[in-house]
Ligand binder design. Structure first.
Ligand code: GDP
Ligand code: MG
Length: 191
């Protein structure tokens, strides 16, 4: 067996003797529910308040399509600017969740700016992304139609889900979905 040390930021990172590590980054305007989605995915509970300035990473294991995965998720703090941690994650991140709120049109309009940021850092490499229209439990406050979300995702070549961190709707679909996108990209590069 090779004794070459593995660097955790490598695109083929795996924890020692553990499942393959997937470095995932969630991006989007402040207040769209990024932290609530991550915490719902990891802890199966809805947090009504999470300090909007905290940028933190979370680890979660999951079995996706029969294969174990270790998700290493960076929950970013909204701004379209770089911190050292974020820049590192953006560079080494393998899959990106672009999140807006269906109740906030501006957050939807800003999504392309976040996509541009990814492209800039990663030199327009074909990066796996997924689009999440969150807060879909707030139908009466909806400002962005499902069709608009779907069209934007299509334009970006990304899968699309409307999610709710309150009732866990499509939360697994988004986090498992981004791992599937990363796996698909790896598969495409092999063939
Ligand atoms: P972040 O700044 O993107 O991390 O957003 P937060 O996770 O801090 O959420 C911002 C606010 O939206 C908080 O008051 C959350 O409780 C609320 N929130 C987050 N997700 C949802 C959701 O799916 N539905 C509803 N109704 N509220 C949500
Ligand atoms: Mg947050």
């Amino acid at each position: 067996m090779s004794t070459t040390p593995k660097v955790s930021t490598s695109s083929t990172a795996s924890s020692r003797n553990g499942p393959r590590v997937y470095k995932i980054v969630i991006l989007g305007e402040g207040g769209v529910g990024k932290s609530a989605l991550v915490i719902q995915f990891v802890s199966h509970r809805f947090t009504d308040y999470h300090d909007p300035t905290i940028e933190d990473s979370y680890q979660q294991q999951a079995r996706i399509d029969g294969e174990p995965a270790q998700l290493d998720i960076l929950d970013t703090a909204g701004q379209l600017e770089f911190t050292t941690v974020r820049e590192q994650y953006m560079r080494h991140g393998e899959g990106f969740i672009l999140c807006y709120s269906i109740t906030d049109r501006r957050s939807f309009d800003e999504l392309l700016a976040h996509k541009n940021l990814i492209d800039r850092v990663r030199c327009n490499e074909n990066t796996p992304i997924i689009v999440a229209g969150n807060k879909c439990d707030l139908e009466q406050k909806r400002k962005v139609s499902t069709e608009e979300g779907r069209r934007l995702a299509e334009q970006l070549g990304a899968p699309f889900f409307e999610t709710s961190a309150v009732n866990r709707q499509c939360v697994d679909d988004v986090f498992h979905g981004i791992v599937r996108e990363v796996r698909q990209k790896e598969y495409d590069e092999l063939v």
